[in-house]
Design a binder for this molecule. Structure first.
Ligand SMILES: Cc1cc2nc3c(=O)[nH]c(=O)nc-3n(C[C@H](O)[C@H](O)[C@H](O)COP(=O)(O)OP(=O)(O)OC[C@H]3O[C@@H](n4cnc5c(N)ncnc54)[C@H](O)[C@@H]3O)c2cc1C
Length: 382
């Protein structure tokens, strides 16, 4: 086997699909014993969609998602602070962002990958770089696999990264996030919109992901590792957002308690090196970002695109392309990690909220759009 991929999340699945399309030999190992239909929604920005178009799955994603034609940061009552129509983005790229259920996205990607190349219930435990130049992986069940190269796509708390770069550190933002999918239909006038409403140190964001389904998230400040007592989340959120537009109450009320999840928002303090020898980190394992720019998944998807193209275009099939991969990707990714961190902090300022909102409302639309366009661009490989 040439490439062993650890982790079948968004990055690992897209990498497997890209390898499949380009005829690159791989096997994919995932710790969960089965894929369950859980999770919330995800916004797929045009950079991610271009990759999916390249891989031939864009039509299926479009058919199973909801298009976003306007992105609004607003006050709790939904009055806009910064309102950004996506018409020019659509004209330039052919589509705007799409909102989809994560489980649906996962299922669409899985369908394209041959079953015999996916190994479930394989939790990575450790690797050993062998004198033959190969890498041997040991799983928690003590089974082993040997490959020429190891791709770590095992997420922000990557065990591969912890062994490869033990000094790497995740950072807690001081913010905790509840997410859910509500059985709710948005009014027609806002069906194609993403809202993120900024209150007094709390935020609430939402968009439609399919007919009768609204994905939402709620962010507040808290200490790390706090949990809600069972059965209390819905009431807690209703209290937290009591002074927001009544629509928020309806969205929360229409979400079954069991479909709500809570995670602390962390990222990975940028690391200098994403690879060593025949091992390379991709996606959150190498460069987890906070979710404030909706780009973590998109960057994992871009990684799959660049890595697979560099491998496919290498003159010598034994060539290690990891250094080139990092060179092409790191500046953009680090910029996103840094901007996303700053945006998240600003959204929860205790003081200066009026000035912040004023500056945001006056920011030139053209400039915001230009920044988005730059972020959505990916290189062509000819
Ligand atoms: C609240 C929130 C909202 C977000 N919204 C967006 C958004 O709208 N748009 C966007 O682009 N991004 C968004 N993101 C970011 C996005 O979810 C991540 O960047 C993306 O999931 C990273 O993909 P990944 O494949 O690197 O990691 P993951 O998706 O975390 O996948 C890692 C996989 O590895 C497996 N794994 C872990 N450990 C092991 C092991 N030891 N052995 C084997 N397998 C293992 C896991 O089970 C999992 O399947 C959001 C993140 C958060 C927290």
């Amino acid at each position: 086997m040439k490439y062993a991929i650890i982790g079948a999340g968004i990055g690992g699945l897209t990498t497997a699909l890209a390898f499949e399309r380009k005829g690159i030999d791989y096997q994919l190992y995932e710790r969960v014993p089965e894929f369950l239909e859980v999770g919330a929604g995800i916004w797929l920005a045009p950079n991610a969609l271009q990759v999916f178009e390249h891989l031939g799955v864009l039509d299926q994603i479009s058919a199973n998602s909801s298009e976003i034609n306007r992105i609004t940061i607003g006050h709790p009552d939904m009055r806009p602070i910064s309102d950004n129509p996506q018409d020019n983005i659509k004209q330039l790229f052919g589509y705007t962002s799409k909102a989809i259920h994560r489980a649906k996205l996962q299922a669409l990607l899985l369908k394209e990958i041959p079953e015999h190349k996916i190994h479930l219930g394989k939790s990575f435990q450790a690797f050993e770089q062998l004198s033959t130049g190969k890498v041997q992986v040991t799983f928690e069940d003590q089974s082993q696999a040997t490959a020429d190269h190891l791709i770590a796509a095992d997420g922000v708390n990557s065990k591969v990264r912890q062994q490869l770069f033990p000094a790497s550190k995740t950072r807690y933002t001081g913010q905790t996030c509840w997410r859910g999918v509500s059985a709710f239909e948005l009014p027609d006038a806002i069906k194609g919109r993403v809202y993120e409403l900024w209150g007094d140190q709390v935020r609430f964001g939402f968009s439609r992901i399919a007919a009768g389904q609204v994905y939402w998230f709620a962010v507040a400040l808290d200490q790390a590792g706090q949990k809600d007592a069972p059965g209390t989340t819905q009431q807690k959120l209703l209290r937290m957002y009591a002074d927001f537009n009544p629509l928020i109450k309806q969205i929360i009320q229409a979400t079954p308690q069991a479909r709500m999840m809570r995670n602390d928002i962390i990222d990975l303090k940028p690391i200098r090196q994403w690879h060593q020898g025949n091992i390379c980190l991709i996606g959150d394992a190498g460069h987890a970002t906070t979710p404030n720019m909706g780009q973590g998944g998109a960057q994992a998807i871009e990684d799959a695109y660049y890595l697979s193209n560099l491998i496919a275009k290498a003159k010598n099939p034994q060539q290690n392309v990891f250094a080139d991969f990092q060179k092409r990707r790191q500046k953009k990714v680090n910029g996103i990690v840094s901007q996303s961190w700053t945006t998240g902090k600003m959204a929860h300022w205790k003081y200066g909220q009026g000035i912040r909102n004023f500056i945001l409302s006056k920011a030139p639309k053209k400039l915001i759009e230009q920044k988005m366009i730059e972020m959505y661009q990916i290189d062509e490989f000819v």
